[in-house]
Design a protein around this ligand. Structure first.
Ligand code: EPZ
Length: 418
């Protein structure tokens, strides 16, 4: 079993370019199904979730090729519209293929995506949106059998929760629905603007992404698209919080600092010096992080749930007390017990966790149980006294492309050991 071995206590120093955004490239890869021909996606990160998505595209009949960080998807001939259980299990967010398959093939079959480490991951809003667009969806023995075809038509949709995935699935399905679709209550995450840009490069008429109302005029002929995936704001937040945890000065480039406002303001309140430019941000930390006002996770532009564990890990080794409220997922505190093994003083109950900085954590063998929880343990290890062994790298590799290489280049003492 592989793990990261980290000798903490070394300040970080340097500059790195952030990988392409996982949560942007996944819906964009799904969108490449919408038109026959060869789409080109640049700045595509090398992640296990991306490999799983490429496997699904290949299975459906696409010709997929990767040259370094450029992926091409030729969706000229699709052989099938069903995604087998084994591939659904590899990546629960494969549900994002549902809308695009319905739009292109008029049909889609996939097994119910299971829950994950964050608790139940319902897709009721996805299914309600697609049914409102005219899809017939039967749920049989854990399998979703969807039919659309000539029944699909544009209309107004209202999302009761600004679900990222449901917004994206509705946008993709709506591209195959003649007429105007209006998604009211849409998620406003930047990844949805990235998806809109790719759809527009395919000839789709989409507008409003980034606001809570998205418009799609569907049923138009589409052609292959070309895009460059935006920088991953959560990966950027990870490196910046690592600077907060270990001390030093880290600059991340290739990311829009406006996508990081909530995280940067927390780091600034904790005592870091922050500077930003058009596509970069710098965090400098010269003293233990202070406690800050309550961190409440919320849909964008609120504090991102994906950065909750990462910021908590940085604050746990500082001074002062901070309350976290996790409002998006039911069980996103599984990293708390592992941080406590490193000496953290964190009390979690329901959606609330109270972190009291202990000045310095100590190294310990710990296990990542989900993607961002695993990254949080690495952040904690960088600032801890002594050696930390982080296992559960399979989770981390879902979302981080070369984490240990990037941190080592910043001066961290981190190796991957088997
Ligand atoms: C996306 O997940 C991201 N994943 C998640 O990132 C991220 O944490 C999440 O958005 C919130 O920002 C991808 O983009 C691949 P949601 P998604 O639908 O779309 C409830 C990471 O670490 N809900 O916005 O699944 C749901 O239970 C991952 O990179 C319903 O009730 O999230 C949750 O409480 C983790 N019914 C809330 O909405 C539905 O039909 C927000 O979920 C859909 C969602």
């Amino acid at each position: 079993m592989s793990c990261y071995r980290i000798m903490g206590g070394r300040p970080l120093e340097g500059r790195l370019t952030v990988q392409g955004a996982k949560n942007s490239v996944l819906p964009i890869l799904s969108a490449s199904l919408l038109a026959p021909g060869r789409s080109v996606i640049e700045n595509c990160p090398d992640l296990s979730d991306v490999s799983a998505a490429l496997d699904i595209l290949s299975l459906l009949g696409c010709r997929v090729d990767r040259q370094e960080d450029t992926v091409t998807v030729d969706a000229s001939v699709l052989r099938r519209f069903d995604i087998p259980e084994r591939l659904m299990r590899e990546m629960r967010s494969s549900v994002i293929f549902l809308g695009a398959l319905l739009a292109r093939m008029g049909a889609a079959e996939l097994s119910y995506p299971g829950g994950c480490e964050l608790g139940p991951r319902p897709i009721d809003l996805h299914l309600a949106a697609l049914r409102a667009l005219g899809a017939e969806i039967r749920e049989e023995q854990g399998c979703l059998r969807c039919r659309g075809g000539s029944h699909l038509h544009g209309r107004e949709l209202c999302l009761s929760i600004p679900s990222v995935g449901a917004t994206e699935n509705a946008m993709l399905a709506a591209c195959g629905c003649p007429g105007l679709t209006t998604i009211v209550g849409a998620a406003r995450e930047p990844e949805i603007e990235d998806l809109q840009a790719f759809l527009r490069s395919m000839g789709a008429q989409v507008s409003g992404a980034g606001s809570s109302v998205v418009y799609i005029r569907g049923g138009l002929p589409l052609h292959p698209g070309h895009c460059r995936v935006m920088g991953d704001r959560i990966v950027a937040a990870t490196y910046l919080c690592a600077a907060g945890a270990a001390g030093g000065r880290v600059e991340v480039t290739g990311v829009n600092p406006e996508h990081l406002t909530a995280v940067l303001s927390c780091l600034q309140e904790a005592g870091c010096e922050i500077r930003t430019g058009p596509d970069w941000a710098v965090v400098e930390s010269t003293a233990p992080l202070r406690g800050i006002s309550p961190v409440r996770t919320a849909p964008y532009p609120g504090f991102p749930t994906d950065a909750q564990a990462i910021l908590m890990a940085a604050l746990a080794g500082g001074r002062g007390t901070t309350m976290f409220v996790e409002n998006i997922f039911d069980s996103r505190y599984r990293h708390v017990d592992e941080l406590r093994r490193m000496g953290a003083d964190i009390r979690a109950s329901g959606r609330v966790a109270v972190v009291t900085g202990v000045g310095r954590l100590h190294g310990a063998p710990v296990r990542g149980t989900d993607l961002r929880g695993g990254a949080a343990l690495v952040v904690a290890g960088l600032g801890a006294e002594g050696e930390t062994l982080v296992s559960g790298l399979g989770h981390i590799q879902r979302g981080y492309d070369g984490l240990e290489r990037a941190l080592a280049a910043l001066g961290a003492d981190i190796q991957r050991v088997d």
